[in-house]
Design a protein around this ligand. Structure first.
Ligand SMILES: [Zn+2]
Length: 267
């Protein structure tokens, strides 16, 4: 195993990935507690050949890998991997579920296959006693760029990198992510406390049955680059979701990424 370890000169800002967009929503939304979710800067060490998976090369402007399969349900973006500039997913549609965002809002949209799966999950949750709400799904490339650039202009680069995802790196741009919550409990809306509610626990233990994973699990911040987000679901299809659930891993680990601390397990 003579794989070369490279240090990516990326200081990870650990933050709530969905925070910025949520604040744009009208109504009685809770602002995520940013101060409490910023953990610390960490260096992410990865192997180049594994980072390179499904990539068409490095973006000279950002230094990030550009994914080569943005339309795949296996598309894999994170703080080191971005969607092609201007990417817009095909077949965006609205699931027949309960929403927070008003009619016509992009946040009600997901890719068709993911929307169908979301409907099934919400129906099953309802039958088992939990009324889930879809909070925030699709976000356009331009929307993410506006959010990021205005943050840079107003607060500086370092702050922006800490609190906004760079355009192209938000999973919400794939059309395969949906932030969910439970009806009637706004105190846990996009809060880590959602994970401790009965509904949040149901989501954690059942999302895989419908092809979803909790993308940023508890205790995996050093791997995903994001704080625990029990509300952020990512559609990957049943097979991968079951595998990830059963093995208790992240999408990063599924694709073979290895990080300091996981070396022993290999030998
Ligand atoms: Zn999210």
């Amino acid at each position: 195993m003579k794989k070369t370890l490279i240090t990516v000169g990326l200081l990870l800002a650990i933050l709530v990935g969905c925070a910025t967009e949520t604040n744009q929503v009208e109504g009685s939304f809770h602002s995520p507690k940013r101060g409490s979710t910023f953990v610390k800067k960490e260096k992410l060490v990865i192997r180049r050949e594994e980072t390179n998976i499904y990539s068409q090369g490095i973006d000279p402007e950002t230094g990030l890998y550009i994914v080569d399969n943005p339309d795949s349900i296996m598309v894999y973006v994170n703080k080191m991997r971005e969607l092609p500039e201007g990417y817009a997913p095909p077949d965006l549609t609205e699931a027949d579920v309960l929403y927070y965002a008003p009619v016509g809002d992009n946040r009600r949209l997901m890719r068709e296959e993911a929307a169908t799966a979301l409907e099934k999950m919400f129906q099953t949750a309802d039958q088992e006693g939990y009324t889930l709400v879809a909070v925030s799904g699709y976000r356009t490339y331009d929307r993410q760029r506006v959010i990021y650039e205005s943050n840079v202009a107003n607060n500086g680069q370092a702050h922006a990198d800490r609190y906004s995802a760079k355009p192209g790196t938000s999973e919400h741009q794939t059309g395969l992510a949906m932030d969910v919550s439970v009806q009637g409990n706004d105190a846990v809306l996009l809060e880590q406390g959602f994970g401790g509610t009965d509904a949040g626990m149901w989501v954690k233990e059942n999302a895989h049955r419908f092809g979803f994973i909790v993308r940023y699990p508890e205790g995996k911040t050093a791997i995903t680059g994001y704080s625990y987000e029990p509300w952020h679901l990512r559609y990957v299809g049943n097979e991968i979701a079951e595998d990830i659930y059963n093995r208790g891993i992240t999408l990063e680990e599924y694709f073979g990424f290895h990080y300091p601390g996981s070396e022993e397990e290999e030998n």
